[in-house]
Design a protein around this ligand. Structure first.
Ligand SMILES: *[C@@H]1O[C@H](CO)[C@@H](O)[C@H](O)[C@H]1NC(C)=O
Ligand SMILES: *[C@@H]1O[C@H](CO)[C@@H](O)[C@H](O)[C@H]1NC(C)=O
Ligand SMILES: *[C@@H]1O[C@H](CO)[C@@H](O)[C@H](O)[C@H]1NC(C)=O
Ligand SMILES: *[C@@H]1O[C@H](CO)[C@@H](O)[C@H](O)[C@H]1NC(C)=O
Ligand SMILES: *[C@@H]1O[C@H](CO)[C@@H](O)[C@H](O)[C@H]1NC(C)=O
Ligand SMILES: *[C@@H]1O[C@H](CO)[C@@H](O)[C@H](O)[C@H]1NC(C)=O
Length: 784
């Protein structure tokens, strides 16, 4: 659902203007043969009201050293000549030099030639001949044939703006420009995919490979295509919605009246700086750059000390080190005496770890990084030390990141460290102008602008969101993107806790519906916590914030919470396909392929919980009831962070109460040994066996010999009878090598001795075939 994820970069602006000043002097018609030349006084082709113009727009007029022009449609009456359409080209900068000429031709429509007469852009017309062009008052430039057939129009070829009355079909999209004045394609895309989902993502340039989406509308229905989206519409009143094939609507925004200035009405995502996972790409800023949200929730990108922009003109681009960090010649070329650290707080790069040491103190941490020619930075927290390698990706600042970061730079030698680049003071002003990129006629006295500009991202329903938080009682101290709900609001959202959807070890879960904007709602799962809290009030909020900060595609997302006296509730995104338990142990055996995928995804989610440097989370209750499945049957771990939230300090060696669920808990829970992340590895091992065999970890109906899955599985493995484990499952039988590998991994995970169990990183590597799986020993050598 829309509310569940962080997304980026689309902004809806409003600007009322008095449109009645102009007296129409033409009828908007452009005859075949008409031309315009860039840089001459030839006046652009105007719409009848004069609101829109088609012609050459001079770029960056004050300071245009290159003297470049853009063939575009722009709003002609507001001072900034707001561009709403231009000759977008995936591979080439659309700006053209002075003297370039556009001509309306009968056979090819619009033809743009450079001053030498070479064609640089053309409207493509498949059949028919153009009789006339027409600059419409809606902002659409239309080419029609003599029989008034529409041969080409700018509305059907959107660039980075949608105007009221304009729609986007499947496989169409908006592509951001590089910056306010550079109209080359930038990295953000907002597309309606073939199957009906509207997504916002970053793409790799120039290959166009899309990274994981920041936003997905969820309007693809794999089981019933008539529920899938096929058009994105911005209607004349400023309402934006996705039209489904069954003509139902999925509302995105509501129209409203402006107040005399451009204003942001809606934006996505909540936090564009957050790593959305997927493992590839640099994030919202370039590599080695650090993303900070400003007060408007837009990203500011900055290079750390000792780094500078790779392309000086690309503020959102990558940073390069101003020194050489090289292991060349076996590290001989690396002299650690020349390097030092720049200490920064509240910064992390969530994706560039290559080594982790624990327990280490700060001095050990820094020294070992200094001696390592690969190490570019370290993150230190408590007693854990994470090494980061170049290029650093997904760098972000956030006041909730409590670890210390030490960034290596060269402090001696020939190249002096550069000064850290302060945020550009003009930034805000400039970005304000960027907003005003593209405008639209709305009714007769309001302009709505829908613009996408690279590097501009804003808070999730910016205006309303802020209000929610302010209105929430007792929320003054928690700094978080989570919504704080009143008990009453959740009572309403769940229709007085009517529909129970699950019962976990910490409380009952109810289905509910919350409003995300004035026009759209989203389904949520509301968990009413039933435990007594050992820790104070502050602690509850702190832990909730930690949970809310934990984002990964294989984790269920926490959206908000309620903290009113005895009433403590957590609000999660609602996932449609229920728990892994009902999926695995239901009447139909899910396919082998799907099951192995789910196993891999759970491993990834757990790895993230364990190794996310800023705060390790031990789940303590991994079992199929706590794994949920989304629309596409992706596994998402739920209830993480709750063990810590609801019971004693985890590092205590003597446990007053055993957490977790019988059948899945590791033996050390019963002993006087320390609880570590290895308890989750144990539970994962059990879960993996359940996924392989589609049977429960403990099932007395199977007969005594088979009742305990872990014992039976080891027997099957030892006796070379893996077939028994997957009996009747042809897909699995045909993939018996893989079954064997998974069983071996499971047996490693369920070793009684925690130190013999692999880490989740190793588990993932074994599952994905990155490392070999050795023959596992008997998991419980002492119990016969
Ligand atoms: C528009 O104006 C031009 C001349 O300015 C004229 O030739 C043409 O017929 C007009 N078209 C319509 C539809 O009024
Ligand atoms: C201009 O737009 C109006 C709708 O606003 C439409 O009725 C008209 O046909 C359009 N003109 C052309 C030439 O497409
Ligand atoms: C615009 O960006 C492109 C791609 O980064 C670059 O090649 C071009 O030089 C830039 N143009 C201007 C005028 O800065
Ligand atoms: C698909 O959904 C529509 C309602 O949106 C429903 O009328 C139709 O029966 C469904 N078709 C199938 C095959 O479920
Ligand atoms: C736009 O959509 C809204 C919401 O469905 C509707 O109330 C309004 O009348 C529509 N406007 C136009 C011009 O169709
Ligand atoms: C629009 O913005 C300008 C400059 O920021 C301000 O002076 C003016 O009062 C604003 N107008 C309205 C109607 O808010």
């Amino acid at each position: 659902m829309a509310s569940a994820k962080s997304y980026s970069i689309f902004l809806l602006f409003l600007l009322p203007y008095d449109l009645h000043l102009a007296t129409a002097q033409n009828n908007g018609t452009v005859p075949v043969g008409a031309t315009l030349t860039a840089g001459t006084d030839s006046s652009p082709w105007l719409s009848p009201s004069g609101d829109f113009a088609f012609g050459f727009h001079q770029l960056d007029e004050e300071n245009n050293i290159n003297d470049l022009f853009l063939l575009s449609i722009f709003y002609n009456k507001i001072p900034e000549k707001t561009v709403v359409w231009y000759t977008d080209n995936k591979d080439q900068n659309p700006a053209v030099p002075r003297g370039s000429q556009v001509k309306l031709t009968a056979d090819q429509g619009i033809v743009l030639n450079d001053p030498q007469g070479k064609q640089v852009w053309g409207s493509k017309i498949d059949i028919g001949a153009v009789a006339v062009g027409h600059m419409n008052d809606t902002g659409n430039f239309v080419l029609v044939s003599s029989s008034t057939n529409r041969l080409w129009d700018s509305f059907s070829n959107p660039t980075d703006t949608l105007l009221p009355g304009q729609m986007m079909e499947t496989e169409q999209g908006l592509f951001c420009r590089k910056s306010e004045t550079n109209f080359s394609r930038g990295r953000f895309q907002f597309r309606l995919l073939k199957k009906g989902n509207l997504v916002l993502n970053i793409a790799n340039l120039p290959t166009d490979l899309a990274y994981d989406a920041y936003y997905s509308s969820g309007t693809y229905d794999s089981t019933n295509s008539s529920n899938s989206g096929y058009q994105v519409m911005l209607n004349e009143s400023g309402y934006m919605y996705i039209l489904r094939r069954n003509s139902q609507r999925f509302d995105l925004t509501k129209g409203r009246n402006g107040n005399g200035n451009w204003s942001v009405v809606w934006s996505e995502p909540e936090n564009i700086c957050v790593n959305i996972g997927g493992g590839l790409g640099s994030g919202a800023c370039g590599y080695n750059s650090i993303c900070t949200l400003d007060s408007d929730r837009r990203p500011m990108c900055a290079c750390p000390k000792g780094y500078s922009l790779l392309d000086e003109n690309d503020r959102y681009g990558s940073c390069k080190p101003d020194f050489e960090l090289s292991c060349w010649g076996g590290g001989q070329g690396y002299n650690k005496e020349l390097f030092d650290f720049h200490e920064v707080k509240n910064i992390d790069w969530s994706q560039s770890d290559y080594e982790r040491f624990k327990p280490y103190n700060e001095v050990q941490c820094k020294n070992s990084c200094l001696s390592d020619c690969f190490c570019a930075a370290v993150i230190f927290e408590d007693d854990s030390c994470c090494f980061k390698k170049l290029p650093l990706s997904n760098g972000m600042t956030d006041s909730r990141i409590t670890s210390k970061a030490f960034i290596k730079y060269k402090n001696k030698g020939d190249d002096p460290p550069s000064v850290p680049r302060p945020p550009d003071p003009d930034d805000k002003k400039k970005r304000k102008m960027m907003n005003a990129t593209g405008s639209v006629l709305l009714g007769s006295s309001v302009f709505v602008n829908f613009a996408m500009v690279c590097g501009v991202g804003l808070g999730f329903f910016f205006i309303y969101k802020k209000k929610w938080i302010r209105n929430s009682p007792g929320d003054g101290t928690v700094e978080t993107n989570l919504r704080c709900f009143s008990y009453k609001a959740l009572e309403e959202a769940t229709d007085n806790f009517k529909e129970e959807v699950g019962r976990g070890s910490f409380g009952i879960v109810y289905k509910g519906v919350i409003e995300t904007t004035r026009t759209s709602t989203t389904a949520v799962a509301v968990k009413k916590l039933d435990r007594v809290f050992q820790d104070g009030e502050k602690e509850f909020k702190n832990e909730v914030v930690v949970i809310g900060q934990t984002h990964h595609k294989n984790l269920v997302r926490l959206l908000g919470f309620c903290d009113e006296g005895q009433n403590r509730l957590l609000v999660y995104e609602f996932l449609n396909n229920g728990t892994l338990a009902s999926f695995l142990f239901g009447n139909l055996k899910p396919s082998w392929n799907l099951r192995t995928n789910i196993a891999f995804q759970i491993a990834r989610g757990l790895l993230y919980l364990h190794e996310d440097c800023s705060s390790q989370i031990i789940h303590c209750d991994i079992k199929p009831q706590n794994i949920l499945l989304d629309d596409h049957y992706n596994a998402r771990i739920s209830d993480f962070g709750l063990a810590k939230l609801l019971t004693l300090n985890q590092s205590k060696t003597i446990k007053t109460a055993i957490r977790g669920t019988k059948g899945y808990v590791a033996p050390e829970w019963y002993r006087k040994s320390t609880i570590t992340a290895k308890v989750d590895v144990y539970s994962f091992g059990v879960l993996l066996l359940e996924i392989i065999s589609c049977r429960k970890s403990f099932d007395i109906e199977m007969g005594e010999e088979y009742a305990i899955l872990t014992d039976w599985a080891f027997d099957c493995y030892r006796n070379g009878k893996l077939d028994d484990l997957v009996e009747g499952d042809m897909e699995a039988m045909n993939d018996i090598k893989c079954v064997e590998k998974l069983v071996m991994v499971s047996i490693w995970c369920i070793q009684e001795d925690p130190s013999l169990r692999p880490t989740m990183r190793k588990v993932s590597q074994m599952l994905e075939g990155v490392v070999e799986v050795d023959v596992p020993p008997n998991p419980s050598p002492f119990s016969g």
